[in-house]
Design a protein around this ligand. Structure first.
Ligand SMILES: NC(=O)c1ccc[n+]([C@@H]2O[C@H](COP(=O)([O-])OP(=O)(O)OC[C@H]3O[C@@H](n4cnc5c(N)ncnc54)[C@H](OP(=O)(O)O)[C@@H]3O)[C@@H](O)[C@H]2O)c1
Length: 272
């Protein structure tokens, strides 16, 4: 497993996503994923499976300090009154004293950024989280967050071979902030992609393995694929034994022109 070190945090470059995993799937798959070598788990208040994720971590038998655990604060919990109580609830559900990373899941137009970033910093000061970051924050909002003095280590955004994120990525790199690629399989949309398949043939890898390898070979990029199936979860971590050539990377880079965004709810901010 490749690790990324950023501002005092060491994060496994490949994590396991848990969106849409129901509680029994979440417990089973988190346990199996940790035992397969995923030591980075991503959940959120929104996914309503924090309790199940916590059970999966316990069931794995791997000690809590060996797992990099992320959760995210729901947009409706960003106000001063609900922010910290909601994080306390998350810790209770996850059955842990701290998370490794606490993220703002989405900006909320009804809560000033300075207010919720202030609460995020308080959560860190209280020891509820080791590190802080944001998700779904375009450059303008990241700039505003940094102006408050917040020591952000990541911006978790959609990123895969079919979506160009170069503008945001270049900005984040200039600020020493990692990019955590969510929906790295474009929720299935990259399956069957001929370019990725052809490249994979040479290495005995499928198109998803090529896409994940392409993501994590980029400096300061992490990826958090999700699967409800052990076989797929195992395949998705079997990506560390090959290296794409510069020509292959360039070929995949061209796919980004499709600009396919699979996560774009009505409340999304103006993307870069
Ligand atoms: N911050 C945010 O706003 C945000 C938004 C979206 C996602 N996320 C995070 O990012 C994680 C990943 O994104 P995602 O859940 O949207 O989607 P994703 O990881 O891009 O794709 C998941 C889909 O790919 C399939 N799949 C996975 N591995 C496969 C394989 N080896 N072969 C064939 N199919 C495979 C899964 O089906 P099977 O279950 O059948 O394997 C599932 O349908 C989430 O779980 C969540 O933790 C964050």
């Amino acid at each position: 497993m490749k690790n990324i070190t950023i501002k005092g945090a060491t994060i496994p470059a490949l994590g396991f996503g848990t969106f849409q995993l129901n509680p029994s799937e979440a417990t089973h798959m988190v346990e199996a994923a940790i035992n397969a070598g995923y030591l980075h788990i991503d959940t959120a208040q929104m996914y309503q499976n924090e309790e199940a994720v916590g059970k999966g971590i316990k069931a794995s038998g791997v000690s809590r300090d060996k797992v990099f655990l992320t959760t995210k604060v729901l947009p409706s919990n960003l106000g001063k009154q609900s922010f910290l109580p909601s994080v306390e609830q998350s810790l209770k559900k996850l059955d842990t004293d701290y998370v490794d990373l606490l993220l703002i899941h989405w900006p909320n137009a009804d809560v000033p950024l300075e207010e919720y970033i202030g609460e995020l910093i308080k959560a860190q000061e209280k020891g509820y989280t080791k590190h802080i970051g944001v998700s779904n924050h375009p450059i303008k909002l990241v700039e505003q967050a940094l102006a408050t003095g917040a020591n952000l280590i990541t911006n978790q955004v959609e990123y895969h071979p079919l979506l160009d994120q170069s503008k945001l990525y270049d900005y984040l790199r200039s600020k020493d902030i990692t990019l955590t690629a969510y929906s790295p399989i474009a929720q299935g949309e990259i399956i069957g992609n001929e370019t990725l398949k052809a490249i994979g043939e040479k290495y005995g890898k499928n198109e998803i393995q090529v896409a994940l390898n392409w993501l994590i070979q980029q400096e300061n990029v992490l990826a958090i694929p999700r699967s409800s199936k052990e076989k797929n979860m195992q395949a998705n971590i079997d990506i560390f034994d090959f290296e794409l050539t510069p020509e292959e990377v360039a070929q995949i880079n061209q796919l980004r022109e499709q600009n396919l965004r699979v996560v774009n709810p009505g409340f999304a901010p103006q993307w870069d």
